[in-house]
Design a protein around this ligand. Structure first.
Ligand SMILES: O=C(O)CCC(=O)C(=O)O
Ligand SMILES: [Fe+2]
Length: 410
């Protein structure tokens, strides 16, 4: 147990590593992410799930349509009861969303009843937690650290509900939403990132009002070596974007989760994996310390990742969930252009745990001879309103105009 808890602490500390050339402290990652500058000498090995926890796993339904289909009532019920998403993919044509009553704000998220006993994670779970963590998925808080007032002018109802779901795992819930972004929208997300790289130090990208909206590039690609040091790292490149330069992603992500505004989303990111690049096993949830920082936005409650390029089975680049494959194999999600992957890093799992250890995942290496590079766009939803820190002066409210015209254009 001592080994485990100190290792976790090491990972949590790495969250505070400075990693940008603009001397801005910015972490791209969650709990357990390796810091680019001071990687551990050996890759961190996560302990296997304990038998009690393994028993809580519920595989996907057997009648999954490989081409995607609408969600069953049971899945909508789970999304509401466990994850607090009362308006997930809310009413519309072909949507089976129905009103089941508003969840009690004081209710603790449903969790499996089997106890953790002498869990290897007991030390970790004893960390003092803010009471609000017991209410992870309650209604969005009305208080915000940020001074912005983003009166939502956009009408997310103008976007049609999503219809092509694949339930990849039931508990913890892992969903794929096919055709989430159009191919053109995927290409644009990549182009916005590449333009910034080309103009780095040169001509900035300007919005209609003349404001510089170039994304911030934070991780230069590192060559993967054969030694364990380099293999322990994220070797890809990450961009932090202005909300206003990603109106499609912000609008559709909020529409999917049934949110009315975008204030709880962290900065949109894009990640590029060249051949041989990868991201090792980690949890997206924040460390208990970071998640309970009164100045912060609480825990990360949802991860939404959109594949911007296609890679076939042989080309690698899958998102892998170590413990959700139903055997010794991990659950592998192949990058399919336009498909969104949604999972929940911090609800469920073992009772009273500050995160869901069952969602341990990684970005598999892109193979040497893959035809396409792997590109993803990624968003994290926080428990409370989030105050963006990158790029400079990034504000949710600045996206209202772009999102309004995007929603109006649909
Ligand atoms: O690239 C992937 O498939 C996973 C990326 C990821 O898990 C992350 O960036 O947190
Ligand atoms: Fe992740």
């Amino acid at each position: 147990a001592t080994f485990i808890s100190s290792s976790f602490r090491h990972s949590a500390t790495s969250l505070h590593a400075k990693s940008t050339s603009k001397s801005k402290s910015k972490s791209s990652g969650g709990f357990g992410k390796a810091a680019p500058k001071h990687p551990p000498k050996e890759p961190f090995v996560y302990p296997p799930l304990e038998p009690d926890v393994i028993q809580t796993l519920v595989p996907p339904p057997t009648d999954v349509n490989p081409n995607g289909g609408i969600l069953s009532e049971e899945i909508y019920d789970r999304l509401e009861a466990i994850y607090g998403l009362e308006k997930f993919n809310f009413a519309g044509e072909n949507s089976i969303y129905r009103t089941i009553g508003v969840a009690d704000d004081n209710e603790t998220p449903a969790a499996p009843t089997s106890g953790s006993g002498n869990s290897l994670f007991d030390d970790l779970l004893k960390v003092d937690r803010d009471d609000s963590l017991d209410n992870l998925f309650g209604s969005p808080t009305t208080t915000t650290q940020s001074t912005e007032q983003s009166a939502a002018l956009y009408d997310l109802n103008k976007l049609p509900p999503f219809k092509k779901f694949r339930v990849l795992h039931t508990d913890p819930m892992v969903l794929a939403v096919d055709d989430f972004l159009t191919p053109a929208e995927c290409d644009r997300c990549i182009q916005v990132s590449l333009d910034a790289e080309n103009y780095q130090g040169g001509k900035p990208s300007l919005n209609d009002g003349g404001r510089d909206i170039s994304p911030l590039l934070i991780g230069k690609s590192l060559t993967v070596g054969k030694d364990s040091r380099s293999q322990a790292q994220r070797t890809s490149t990450t961009w932090f974007h202005y909300y206003e330069s990603m109106p499609e992603l912000m609008s559709k992500a909020s529409r999917l989760l049934g949110l009315e505004g975008i204030e709880r989303w962290e900065e949109p990111q894009t990640v590029r994996y060249r051949r041989n690049e990868k991201f090792t096993w980690h949890l997206d949830a924040l460390s208990p310390e970071a998640a309970t920082d009164p100045k912060g936005a609480g825990q990360r409650v949802a991860t939404l990742l959109v594949y911007l390029t296609d890679l076939n089975k042989e080309e690698g680049g899958a998102t892998m969930f170590r413990d959700l494959g139903g055997g010794n194999e991990p659950l592998k999600v192949r990058p399919q252009k336009g498909t969104a992957l949604l999972f929940f890093p911090s609800a469920g799992g073992i009772p009273n745990a500050p995160f869901d250890i069952r969602t341990l995942h990684c970005g598999e290496a892109v193979s040497e001879d893959a035809e396409n590079e792997k590109w993803i766009a990624q968003l994290w939803l926080c428990q409370k309103n989030y105050t963006p820190t990158a790029p400079e002066n990034n504000l949710h409210v600045n996206a209202v105009e772009a999102m309004t015209s995007y929603c109006d254009s649909i």
